[in-house]
Design a protein around this ligand. Structure first.
Ligand code: GLN
Length: 483
């Protein structure tokens, strides 16, 4: 059962080959068997079995939707009523949200079953899952390597078949990068396409939730549930949601693919370049036309991002003061001691680094030099994408500089870690959607192809992903020991 796709699972449930309770038990068992991967922070077994038996009733009554009875899992950044939401931090290790995130509500309404909450970098700050208070999740393709981050637990759960599909969030690459390093499919939607209500804020102008699954076809089914206007999120966009599955089989004849020259510079690892070129050759066979484009501002994305994201996080994380919720230090002497020790004891080193950088960039005297400059650069980057995407339908390139690296290899060097998102970060600054597709292996470890589209082109991206997955089988490979 654990190897079936979402539509096969839905068909199996409908034809009563298995019940949702049986299916849920299968995945709960696999989660328990592979606990060493540390993919889950919380397994919500009781809730899952309750939801599964409700789903079985719904299925029997014929009143069901595509995901009714299908187990999924949520990144531990989405608030879940009654079930701990830690955001990978000691600060929220005791936090039980009083409400559900809109994304969680939508999955509930669709009749999906929640297996639990997935491990992640602390407050989604990281590229390797190593900043998690709960320790890193392990890459099932090479357990001495990171799964990528911040949605590392999410990618591991899908790759090791602990859940058929999951959610992630992407502020600078956190859906695409772990998807690439674990050999799964991840979609970062257009900013504003998926509600951020109840999704714990890191950098609000960049954060976006999206689906992570084995294939583009499965991601389309998740996206159908997740997308849509939400009056509770002021940046959610009021625009009709298309049928993401309906166009998966559209022909790619005449598709114009742009290859940004800056993505293929001499710095790109030759094995990575070969994998991406091989994928692009497949698209040519499918009828696509390839052109080179130049996007000179891409080089400025990392510095601009780390000023903006840190500035926003320093503001967003000021709410964790030990007063209303979250961690509180023991026996504070006075209010200042309460604030400083609660924050000092509960935030990890990377989160503190970001808060310090952000507070600095926003201080009087530095604001103009850093924050304002970074925002200006952000506009230039958006304009660059606008220009490029007026000439071509989509852009393609690598997702990461290389395959998964060893645990500990970059954790002592923040700059090296920041550079692992060099191909993904600009897309968030522009608010565009992008897809990460499994596109081969380097040293037995998966790597991805990135497809970047114009605003609200998720259906097109999924179509492009699906067509590739009809002629390649990278997405069907399974890590040894997790078959
Ligand atoms: N690695 C980037 C960061 O640490 C992106 C993380 C993310 O997308 N949440 O900010």
């Amino acid at each position: 059962m654990h190897t079936l796709t979402l539509s096969q699972l839905a068909a199996g449930l409908r034809s009563q080959q298995f019940s949702s309770v049986e299916l849920t038990q299968t995945f709960l068992k696999r989660i328990a068997q592979h606990q060493n991967l540390n993919a889950f922070v919380t397994v919500s077994e009781k809730l899952a079995l309750q939801q599964a038996s409700q789903a079985d009733q719904q299925l029997a009554s014929g009143n069901s939707s595509a995901l009714t009875g299908i187990p999924i899992a949520q990144k531990d950044i989405f608030c879940t009523q009654g079930i701990k939401t830690s955001c990978g931090s000691k600060m929220l290790d005791n936090f039980i949200a009083p409400y559900n995130a809109t994304v969680v509500e939508k999955f509930n309404a669709a009749g999906a079953v929640m297996l639990g909450k997935l491990n992640m970098d602390e407050f989604a700050m990281g590229s390797s899952n190593e900043t998690s208070f709960y320790g890193p999740s392990l890459n099932p393709w090479a357990t001495d390597c990171v799964p990528g981050g911040s949605s590392g637990g999410s990618a591991v759960a899908v790759a090791a078949r602990l859940a058929p599909a999951v959610t992630g969030t992407d502020t600078g690459g956190s859906i695409r990068q772990p998807a690439a390093l674990c050999g799964i499919t991840g979609l970062k939607p257009t900013y504003g396409r998926v509600s951020r209500y109840g999704m714990i804020a890191y950098a609000s102008s960049l954060d976006q939730g999206g689906p992570m699954a084995r294939s583009a076809e499965d991601a389309a089914l998740l996206m159908q549930v997740m997308a849509g206007f939400d009056p509770k999120d002021s940046t959610s966009v009021e625009q009709a949601v298309p049928d993401y599955s309906a166009t998966l089989n559209d022909s790619l004849q005449g598709l114009k693919i742009g290859l940004p020259k800056q993505f293929f510079s001499a710095d790109l690892d030759s094995n990575m370049a070969a994998a991406v070129q091989a994928a692009i050759a497949e698209y040519q066979k499918l009828g696509a036309e390839i052109v080179e484009v130049s996007m000179p501002t891409l080089d400025m994305a990392i510095p601009a991002y780390y000023v903006i994201a840190s500035a926003e996080c320093s503001s967003n994380l000021s709410r964790y003061d030990g007063v209303r919720f979250g961690y509180r230090c023991q026996n504070p002497a006075d209010l200042t001691d309460l604030y400083t020790r609660s924050r000092g004891e509960a935030f990890g080193a990377e989160v503190k680094r970001r808060i310090l950088m952000g507070t600095y960039a926003l201080s009087a005297g530095y604001y103009d030099a850093y924050y304002l400059k970074a925002q200006q650069v952000r506009r230039l980057i958006s304009d660059d994408f606008k220009r490029a995407l007026s000439e071509v339908d989509v852009l393609m390139g690598p997702v990461t500089p290389g395959p998964a690296f060893r645990i500990g290899e970059k954790s002592g060097d923040p700059i090296q870690m920041y550079l692992s998102d060099i191909y993904t970060i600009a897309i968030n600054l522009a608010g565009l959607p992008a897809l990460s597709l499994p596109a081969g292996f380097i040293d037995g470890k998966p790597v991805g192809l990135q497809v970047i589209g114009n605003y609200f082109s998720e259906a097109k991206l999924l179509n492009i992903g699906h067509q590739y997955q009809q002629v390649t089988d990278w997405h069907q490979q399974q890590p040894h020991g997790f078959e």
